[in-house]
Structure formats: C-alpha cells, structure tokens
Design a protein around this ligand. Structure first.
Ligand SMILES: NC(=O)c1ccc[n+]([C@@H]2O[C@H](COP(=O)([O-])OP(=O)(O)OC[C@H]3O[C@@H](n4cnc5c(N)ncnc54)[C@H](O)[C@@H]3O)[C@@H](O)[C@H]2O)c1
Length: 274
C-alpha cells in the first residue's frame, strides 16, 4: 500500500484551519495531518482538538514541522513566507506557499533552492480562474496581462493608499478607478490584493509588466477579478466572482478550495489541466 503523505501546516488561522479540516475529512485515504504550528500555541492546540484529536501533532517550532512532514503548507503571513519557504526547501521538503506577496520578488531564489535540494515549490491559483491558460500561453508570447479587481467601496476602508489619496469612499456613486498601475505597485499599495496580483505575475509576465486596475464599485455584491490576456495564442478573458469564506469574511472561499485542489492534484496519480 502507498505510504500516506505527511502534511504539515504553519499558521493556524482561517486558511490553515480550513485546509487542516479538509485534509482530515477528504484526503484521509492518501494523506495524514502530521504537524501543525502557530506562533500562538492556543491556536495550534485548538486546531489539533478539532481535527486529529491528538495534540502530538502540535509542534513548538518550524523545525518540528519540517522533520515530521513531506509537504508543508505555509498559511502564516507575507512577512514570514519567504523565510519559512527557504527553510523548508533547504531541508528538501516540498512546500505550498499561500502568502504569495512575500515571495514574488525573490521567487527565483526559492526556485534555485528547490532545484538544489530536489524539492517542489507550489503556488496555488487562489481566488482567480485563468492561470491554466496563462501558463500555456506563456510558452508562446504574451503581449499583455491586465487584472481588473472590483469590490464594494467599503471594502477599501482600511487601505492606507486610499487614506493617503484622500479618497472619500462614502461619496462614490458609480464605478471609480482607485488605482491603475503595475502589479508590483498594486501589491505594495493594496495588501488585500497581494495574492491575486502575485500569482498572476508569477504565472505570466512578471510584476513589472502585469497591469492592475482596482475599481470601487457601489453595484458590486461580490469581489470580482477579471483577467485579460493578449497573446500569440489568442485573447483570453476570465471573470471570477468570489463568495466569501463561510468562516472568514477576509478570505475568498475559492482561495481555500484552490489550495485544497492543489493538494488533491499532488496526491493523485493523474493530472488534469496545465
Ligand atoms: N494565496 C491565496 O489565494 C490566499 C488567499 C487568502 C489568504 N492568503 C494568505 O494566507 C495567509 C494566511 O491567511 P489567514 O486568513 O489564514 O490569516 P490569519 O491571520 O487568519 O492566520 C494566520 C495565522 O498564522 C500565524 N502566524 C503568523 N506568522 C507566523 C509564523 N511565522 N509562524 C507561525 N505562525 C505564524 C498567526 O498567529 C495566525 O494564527 C496570509 O498571508 C494571507 O494573505 C492567501
């Protein structure tokens, strides 16, 4: 019988918790939740209680997760994802990085580490569709990639860029462009958008050539992401309207399911899609 894949999770917040539950409930035949770690030990203990029911999987540091796991899921924060990924890859362990914004600018370094230590670095598609076609089109030539994100005005309330530009969100009555620029700038000014802009940049033409337009839309009931690609393979246009995660209004449900879909792909012998 095939050995079960031992999976470790770093960060037991909304994403880590959802993925832990899916691993235990849906992937038990092929995988085992072997290790969990959070800065906040109460969180890891609570997650262990709700999933494996066994506190032995709770680690006191990243080293413990690395030792116990074949595949590690980083679901911590953009300020730590690079450090976590580089330590896992250096130990020859495969990793799924959720906090994409923290690795975009040094992605090439992580790729080299993965190659050197015979490990795999995975980035899930997240809350957008079209990454499959973009990856395929990239084998040819891509002329442009544009992401247009629409959200209700109130969802930009805590964005420092909006405050600095003195944009009055309450006064917005029709679709209003808050920002238009490169993905690199968008990731800096709109941290809530960091993961979508990041994966699009990595799959396509990089953070300096990928364009991002952020729109406050009073009509929007859901956060949406449109991707437009001009390439030698044709024009690609996708639109994703996201439902928020039932347990966490900050997260798109699809982002969690996308990571779960990636884990399933890793576990299965056949692979569908690019
Ligand atoms: N790729 C995607 O599509 C996508 C979608 C949503 C969120 N994310 C990212 O995933 C990450 C987690 O999101 P969340 O909503 O679960 O956040 P959260 O705040 O609910 O949980 C993060 C948890 O990680 C812990 N943590 C932080 N730094 C740590 C470290 N260095 N070591 C151990 N534990 C640490 C915190 O204590 C917290 O419990 C964020 O960076 C977020 O941007 C990615």
């Amino acid at each position: 019988m095939r050995k079960k894949l031992c999976i470790g999770i770093v960060g037991c917040g909304a994403i880590g918790t959802s993925l832990a539950k899916i691993i235990v409930k849906d992937f038990a035949a092929r995988a085992r939740l072997a290790a969990i770690y959070d800065y906040d030990t109460q969180r890891s203990l609570a997650l262990a209680r709700r999933t494996t029911g066994n506190r032995r999987c709770v680690c006191s540091g990243l080293e413990g997760v690395i030792a116990a796991s074949d595949l590690i899921i980083e679901a911590a924060s953009a300020s730590h994802s690079y450090g976590i990924a580089s330590r896992c890859l250096s130990a020859g362990k495969n990793i799924i990085v959720m906090s994409i914004g923290g690795v975009v600018s040094r992605f090439h370094v992580l790729k080299r580490l993965a190659e050197k230590h015979n490990a795999r670095l995975y980035i899930p598609s997240g809350a957008v569709c079209g990454i499959d076609a973009l990856k395929a089109a990239r084998i040819g030539r891509i002329r442009s990639v544009t992401l247009t994100t629409r959200k209700p005005p109130h969802s930009f309330r805590s964005v420092p860029y909006v405050a600095a530009k003195k944009i009055d969100l309450e006064a917005i009555r029709k679709d209003t462009v808050l920002f238009s620029g490169t993905a690199e700038q968008a990731m800096k000014y709109f941290p809530q958008n960091i993961n979508v802009a990041g994966v699009l940049s990595l799959a396509g033409i990089g953070p300096r050539r990928t364009r991002v337009c952020i729109v406050a839309s009073p009509r929007a009931k859901r956060n949406s992401h449109e991707i437009a690609v001009e390439s030698t393979a044709g024009t690609i246009f996708t639109r994703t309207e996201n439902v928020i995660h039932p347990d966490n209004p900050k997260t798109s449900y699809l982002a969690v399911l996308s990571a779960a879909g990636l884990i399933r792909q890793i576990l299965e012998p056949a692979r569908i899609g690019t």
